[in-house]
Write a protein that binds this ligand. Structure first.
Ligand code: ATP
Ligand code: LTN
Length: 329
């Protein structure tokens, strides 16, 4: 019997992480390390479902790995690795593909959205991406998968694939549950607070990148779109202020009531500056850690090599069992 539950999650190295990726995902990963056996993966195999410049992908992958360590993932406590370093992911992908229906994949909303966004490159990998993700999760017999709302449908499909495989070939896979953190905070764009902050946004003012310097961060918050009211309070219709309050609360741990009291009688200008300062101060250690780690290539390579070995030794066991179950000699 294993004593701790297994958590697995991944992030794609498609660009620099935003405050949304940090508050919504990576920061929560660090908190889970004490209570669970955590496995965190830089999903570079997922990234090539959309055209990538090879040199940029290589650099983004190394930076993404350094960034998750800079945010507090401890490679001694958790397994942190790069997906393509563990061949089991590609192999499991094939086995699971043969237990996944064309109709199921056709219903994935992310496929439909991305196919619409890249009509000149609707490749087979983009279509079968959820199978690769199911393999990521099932290889480690994961109990819990922390994901944002955008990935829920893929997790549902993972459960269906796992159940179907278990029925066809006999019990093998643990059926994973979604893990919804206490603060499921969704960070919105600073320029359009009705849409989510996204690293692929064309407007650089919409997005806070977690390695930006203090002045840039404060300037972007000062330019954030708000409303014509003057009072700092959380209310329906005040999407811009609500977003800033969510962010301020996430980095200071203050409740909305406390924030309303703190800015009672003060204007939006003071509040925006305060949010900018709090975010910049909160991210300062991440920036320092990143600078240190990015300069130490030997350490990073040692961490990801060991991470891949640990990941592979777990994954290989599950893959071997799956091979036997389907009847490979
Ligand atoms: P892209 O702009 O390329 O679509 P993204 O910024 O949406 O990328 P992903 O790599 O798809 O980021 O997601 C990584 C993780 O960050 C996921 O768990 C996702 O739920 C979370 N995440 C992304 N954006 C936000 C946001 N604005 N607020 C909260 N969580 C977010
Ligand atoms: N598809 C996810 C990244 C991802 C993932 C995973 C998340 C790849 N494999 C396994 C959880 C579990 C994304 O684009 N955010």
């Amino acid at each position: 019997m294993k004593d701790k539950k297994i958590i697995l999650s991944g992030i794609q190295p498609t660009g620099t992480f935003t405050l949304g990726n940090y508050i919504g995902a990576v920061r929560n990963w660090t908190k889970l390390q004490e209570e669970y056996d955590c496995i965190y993966m830089i999903a570079n195999m997922h990234a090539i479902t959309v055209r990538q410049d090879p040199a940029a992908l290589r650099k983004n992958t190394a930076n993404a790995y350094a960034l998750i360590l800079a945010c507090g993932i401890d490679p001694e406590k958790s397994i942190a690795f790069i997906q393509s370093h563990n061949r089991c992911h590609a192999e499991m992908n094939w086995v699971l593909s043969c237990s996944t229906q064309f109709g199921e994949l056709s219903r994935m909303t992310q496929f439909k959205a991305k196919a619409e966004k890249h009509p000149d490159d609707i490749n087979a990998g983009l279509f079968t991406y959820p199978v690769l993700m199911a393999g990521d999760i099932l290889l480690y017999q994961s109990d819990l998968v922390p994901v944002g709302a955008d990935q829920k449908q893929h997790l549902e499909l993972t459960r269906d694939i796992a159940q179907r495989f278990n029925q066809k070939y006999g019990e093998l896979f643990t059926i994973p549950e979604p893990y919804i953190g206490e603060t499921g905070a969704r960070v919105m764009s600073l320029q359009d607070p009705t849409s989510k902050m996204s690293k692929s946004d064309d407007n650089p003012n919409a997005c806070i990148f977690i390695l930006e310097d203090k002045d840039t961060i404060i300037r972007k918050f000062r330019r954030a779109i708000t409303d014509s009211d003057t009072c700092v309070r959380y209310a329906e219709g005040k999407d811009g202020i609500n977003n800033l309050m969510t962010i301020y609360s996430a980095v200071t741990n203050k409740s909305y009531d406390e924030i309303e009291r703190e800015f009672d009688g003060k204007g939006y200008g003071d509040f925006k500056t305060a949010v900018g300062e709090a975010v910049a101060d909160h991210l300062a250690p991440v920036r320092d850690n990143f600078a240190r780690l990015a300069a130490d290539k030997a350490y990073l390579e040692k961490c990801w090599t060991e991470g891949a070995q640990k990941a592979e030794s777990i994954a290989r066991r599950t893959l071997s069992k799956a091979y036997r179950k389907v009847g490979f000699n």
